[in-house]
Design a protein around this ligand. Structure first.
Ligand code: ATP
Ligand code: MG
Length: 626
């Protein structure tokens, strides 16, 4: 794997490189697929021949195995396949690749459907639902296998698994023909039918394609196409005791569905010759020794496979198996833990479909493996939320600020006390660039919550927030700092109170009259610091979950590393914050910018009216490692 690609968020938007667009544009210009017919549902050559010309200019597919929740890598594939279909007048199928009987689960099937829709894509097009499952094609796959046997392109091999492995050879050594390779088609057909009929033990024999045991491409050394496996399948039950291998099933699935551009990740590059070999065999006509002309099972032109580099994202693991381990070992709270790179996790973290689509666009599609920096994903979220998210003030690490002259100033200005206390009204725009969203309203009073870090008894150089008067080295007294409470008044810090342990319990300051934001002359007092705050009178307590990266290592599982060792112990910190009253009506999934802090979302599981829970989606700036 090569170097980490630097974040691209600061560079102007350029058209992302995508070699697949060029291929499709060529195919459209050349009319490569113009002659295809589509019978309205997947099927063999005869089925499609009876249908009209395909209304879809291209067909792509997203083919997940329903054995886990989808992650950000799958999102790249979904955006790519559905995006290309959308952009070129095509259709994208959602196909559950459920040919492996052991691993599928209905929970995953439903979660995958939800995820694709949530990302903004639809498998319904031209009045048809293009939602398919590969196991519906088992009958055809069996027929195709029998055809290959009859045409002399496949044989039943009874070598032990070990002998088969041994005889396959390796990169430097050609394979050796199986002693069963020379059987006649009739013998093979009888044997294969026995396999299908349940006459043989699991693992006792396989059906293999008959290609070339000396091929320099090991994937062409007679790859297996059917194995015996007694397992109940979630769709076909106990109908089958033999199941097709993935490399045999996948090209057939594509062809039955009239896929034009079958896009997969780079590790399948060496499988492409078999993909083409198989589809060529199933498309062509052949004359059997007994004179029968057979074949032409699949429509032409058949699909073509193209490979692109999978997404590798720093600080992230994209393997369903490893993500499952995090869930089962309770390292995270579930598949939708906001630290998980699953789409359900990202969603709960505050990611939007727009942000994920922008990310997929921005990283582009290439043919060489690289690592994308996690900050690129975060940048996309920040960019999409900045333009839309309502603003709010929240104090995440609260300490009380007491305005010691508050009552006197209010009394002087002729304000009336309510229930023995004085409160003043403040307001702020919901969004600084969207005046149509109106204003938010909150109170200010004698006591307000401020961030503990906004006060320093002995200010470091360049600290412009709250610090008390102090005596310098020459013995001169320096005034306390003057700071503005954002959307409120200017105050001058006068000191603090501490408990017996020396911990600061209160910060004290004086209100400077006639400085309230938005009133005439309010900026007559110049300040260098502005702080956010929430009044004690109307602030609402909220649980705020401060999420960080799940791993401390940029490539947690590269080179077989144990990713558990680099789990970030500080990836979740939960605090009780005070938030401004406008957040009382926040609904689950609502997103906000907490001013000075970042973007937050009301947790979709735990947030409720009267029990506010916010997740930090992303900070305001990329501060990781700085
Ligand atoms: P995993 O190893 O996580 O199980 P997978 O590739 O086995 O991933 P599938 O459900 O078989 O998962 O994948 C469905 C589609 O998603 C495939 O077309 C695959 O190429 C694509 N895909 C999976 N992971 C990535 C990734 N990291 N980047 C881009 N595409 C991916
Ligand atoms: Mg897989």
């Amino acid at each position: 794997m090569s170097a980490i690609t630097p974040t691209t968020t600061d560079t102007p938007a350029t058209k992302p490189s995508n070699f697949l667009r060029q291929i499709i544009e060529h195919d459209l210009a050349d009319g490569t697929y113009a002659s295809r017919q589509w019978a309205g549902s997947p099927g063999d050559a005869a089925h499609h021949a009876a249908g009209p010309s395909d209304p879809a200019k291209i067909r792509t597919r997203f083919p997940p195995e329903p054995n886990g929740y989808l992650h950000v890598g799958h999102a790249k594939s979904i955006c790519l396949n559905f995006g290309l279909a959308r952009d070129y007048g095509g259709v994208c199928h959602l196909r559950f690749d459920d040919t492996n009987p052991e691993k599928e689960d209905l929970e995953y099937v439903n979660a995958i459907k939800d995820t694709v829709q949530w990302l903004g894509f639809d498998w319904n097009a031209n009045g048809t639902s293009h939602l398919y499952q590969a196991s519906d094609y088992f009958d055809f796959m069996y027929r195709a296998a029998e055809y290959l046997v009859e045409a002399g392109h496949a044989y039943v091999d009874e070598q032990s698994a070990e002998a088969m492995r041994e005889n396959r050879g390796d990169f430097g050594k050609p394979g050796v023909d199986s002693p069963f390779r020379a059987r006649t088609p009739a013998e093979n057909l009888a044997r294969f039918r026995e396999m299908q009929g349940g006459a043989h033990e699991d693992g006792s024999m396989v059906l293999r394609s008959k290609i070339d045991m000396a091929s320099p491409n090991i994937n062409l050394r007679d790859p297996a196409i059917y194995r015996i496996r007694r397992a109940t399948h979630h769709n076909t039950g106990d109908k089958w005791c033999i199941y097709p291998m993935y490399t045999f099933a996948h090209p057939i699935e594509d062809a039955l569905e009239q896929i034009t551009h079958s896009i997969c990740t780079l590790e399948f590059e060496d499988q492409r010759p078999f993909y083409d070999w198989l589809l060529d065999r199933l498309c062509e006509m052949t004359t059997l020794p007994d004179g029968r002309v057979v074949g032409g099972l699949l429509a032409q032109p058949h699909p073509h496979q193209y490979e692109f580099a999978r997404l590798n994202l720093t600080y992230v693991i994209t393997s369903k198996r490893k993500l499952a381990a995090l869930v089962y070992d309770k390292r995270v709270s579930g598949w939708d833990d906001p630290r998980m790179p699953t789409i359900v996790g990202l969603r709960r973290r505050g990611y939007t479909p727009e942000a994920i689509q922008l990310f997929a666009e921005r990283i582009g599609v290439t043919k060489s493996d690289s690592w994308i920096d996690y900050s690129t994903l975060e940048g996309c979220l920040r960019e999409t939320l900045d333009v839309s998210a309502p603003r709010a003030m929240a104090v995440l690490d609260p300490v009380k600020l007491v305005l010691t002259n508050w009552d006197a100033v209010m009394e002087n200005s002729g304000q009336a006390a309510v229930d023995g206390r004085y409160l003043d009204d403040c307001s702020a725009p919901v969004h600084p660039h969207l005046p149509e969203l109106g204003k938010r309203h909150f109170k200010i009073g004698k006591e307000v919550w401020i961030e503990r870090s906004d006060f320093e008894e002995t200010p470091p150089k360049g600290f412009f927030r709250l610090f008390p008067p102090r005596v310098d080295a020459s013995g001169a007294t320096l005034a306390g700092s003057k700071t503005r409470l954002k959307y409120g008044h200017v105050i001058e810090c006068s000191g603090c109170a501490k408990d017996a342990a020396g911990r600061i319990t209160e910060v004290h300051a004086m209100l400077i009259p006639d400085t309230k934001s938005g009133t005439p002359g309010s900026d007559s007092v110049k300040v260098k610091g502005v702080i956010t705050w929430v009044a004690v009178a109307d602030g609402i307590p909220a649980e705020v979950r401060l999420y960080d990266r799940l791993f401390t290592d940029a490539q947690p599982d590269a080179g077989g590393k144990d990713f558990i060792e680099s789990l970030n112990p500080d990836s979740l910190k939960t605090v009780t914050a005070y938030v401004e009253p406008s957040l009382a009506t926040a609904k689950a999934d609502d997103k906000f910018q907490f001013e000075r802090h970042g973007y937050f979302v009301a947790d979709r599981k735990d947030h409720a009216a009267g029990k506010l829970v916010f997740n930090r989606a992303v900070g305001l700036k990329d501060s990781w490692g700085k």
